[in-house]
Design a protein around this ligand. Structure first.
Ligand SMILES: Cc1cc2nc3c(=O)[nH]c(=O)nc-3n(C[C@H](O)[C@H](O)[C@H](O)COP(=O)(O)O)c2cc1C
Length: 262
């Protein structure tokens, strides 16, 4: 059966991915109240059609981030795309560029900015988690400049992350390497495993040269998470604004007061 809507794609993902990765994408924080509330708010938005009007060419194009785009959305940063599907970041960037919309690479990615630049030629955005280690932040910013990144998204709403109960149950956060028990769970999804294995042992390419982060995507990600700066404040945004000469988006603003400060 061909997947048609988001529910069908969710079913495909559930069948294809190991449970720990499916739950990471599908789940939310704590008891998932906010996630349910968001869904319910969106489901209240309805379209009102006007009838018997001259047909006009459908045009959803709009301007955002300083450019005209044919669709009013973009692919936001999603961590670990390359773990859900081999070369996932490259596939997603190509799909975005085919639709002439931007793609934003997460700090938590398997592919690096340089990998992406070598394989795609559309506009690239990069999402930065500010780390305690500012020298690594500087490295990320240098790579972003080299890759010709257009816009930097600095994520500010996850300096302190919510507890994702499904991940705790699955032991996702505490995984740093492939144990025999995990391998047994991964082997239950042989097609996914073969796809990932074909691209080699997954690792976070942007920090591969830093031995202090360990080896393999799981250990590197756990060490990266620990280094996200929990004291991030407007002073750091001021630093970033001076350091980064391109466009800067503060990702995660919720209240009108914070929007005014931004
Ligand atoms: C599986 C998953 C991973 C994500 N990883 C990141 C990330 O690494 N960095 C980030 O800033 N946001 C991340 N996000 C948040 C998304 O960029 C986005 O802000 C959020 O999903 C809300 O948009 P949506 O309603 O279209 O899903 C992630 C979201 C999901 C579902």
């Amino acid at each position: 059966m061909n997947p048609v809507n988001i529910h069908d794609f969710r079913d495909v993902a559930r069948r294809k991915l190991p449970k720990i990765f499916f739950d990471y994408i599908d789940g939310g924080s704590f008891e998932e109240e906010t996630m349910r509330a968001n869904r319910s708010d969106f489901s209240r938005i309805a379209l009102r059609q006007n009838v018997l009007v001259e047909p006009r060419p459908q045009d959803l194009s709009t301007t955002y981030l300083g450019r005209r785009h044919p669709l009013p959305f973009m692919l936001g940063p999603v961590g670990f795309l390359g773990l859900y599907s081999g070369k996932g970041e490259i596939k997603a960037a190509r799909a975005a560029h085919a639709a002439a919309i931007p793609f934003c690479l997460s700090t938590f990615s398997i592919a690096s900015l340089a990998d992406l630049r070598a394989k795609t030629d559309g506009p690239l955005h990069f999402q930065l988690y500010v780390l305690n280690d500012r020298s690594l932040c500087e490295e990320f910013l240098d790579s972003a400049e080299k890759a010709g990144v257009d816009t930097l998204f600095v994520t500010v709403d996850t300096a302190i992350t919510g507890i994702r109960e499904r991940d705790v149950r699955n032991g996702f956060r505490s995984l740093t390497r492939v144990t025999p028990a995990l391998l047994a769970r991964l082997l239950m999804r042989p097609r996914w495993l073969a796809d990932i294995a074909l691209t080699g042992m997954p690792s976070v390419r942007a920090i591969e040269h830093r031995p202090e982060f360990g080896r393999g995507a799981l250990e590197q990600a756990a060490n990266l998470s620990r280094r996200i700066d929990k004291t991030l404040s407007w002073k750091d945004i001021a630093w970033l604004r001076e350091r980064w000469t391109g466009k800067l988006v503060i990702k995660g603003v919720l209240t009108p007061e914070d929007a005014v400060s931004a």
